[in-house]
Design a protein around this ligand. Sequence first.
Ligand SMILES: [Zn+2]
Length: 292
Amino acid sequence: MIPFVHEIDPAYGRAVGLTPLVRRVTAENPGPFTYLGTGTYIVGRGQVAVIDPGPDLPAHLDALLHALKGETVAAILTTHTHSDHSPLSHALAERTGKPPVYGRIDPMVGSSEAASDTAFRPDIEVADGQRVAGRGWTLEAVATPGHASNHVCYALLEENLLFSGDHVMGWSTTVVSPPDGDMSDYYASLAKVEARDFSMLIPTHGPPVTAVRPFLAAYRTHRLDRERQILAELQAGPRRIIEMVPVMYAAVDPRLHPAAARSVLAHLIHLERSGLVVAVGETGPDSVFRLA
Ligand SMILES: [Zn+2]
């Protein structure tokens, strides 16, 4: 079992201190994928960085401006371009003296993917390992594709913690939805975070994870359990994803079953690459899969 962490009151619109260097302002956009809302993080005192400004909500922009009163924003950083993370970035930059916006362009540019901020253009395309520093803080980009191909976490070196975006969340597992989401990449990115031995993970949604090592181990085990469940289903005969999801996710809110189906597809693509599973015909959400 994953030792999930929960919270009751995110104190919408107010800056809440989490560590000596980190404050959070939560946007009021709760939902099945955003938990109680998007947590926007302010790093430092006086001269600060802002991570994941969040959705384009006027009340959230006002709350951030209020929390930042009297401070200089040196940098705005985004973990990825899903529409609950990056849309407010440039509006916030406009109102705070135009600090550079870091991030990566959306890979779905040109499509009409509603969940993606395809209009987002970073001022600085952030590279793995790149450092952004201010007075008393140093953030290091940790490229973590999987949930989204352009996902980047940020390590706060002074406090040995990681802003983990949607890569690792305390309240839930994360959705890996092909083609932009990739389970093979996701496993590699989990291992990359495990290797750093952070003392805290601060996800965009929900409270921090402090028991990092056991949490990440349980997170990985959970994925491997899902793989075993898929292989067990296919042991009984060829199956389509729509037949497997209600069995595998019987304990999960049915509203999340469509997202679960995307994660099962991501697992199947990974298992196919590993030589354990084959699709009958083309690999896709409606394909019949069987053991290799
Ligand atoms: Zn996301």
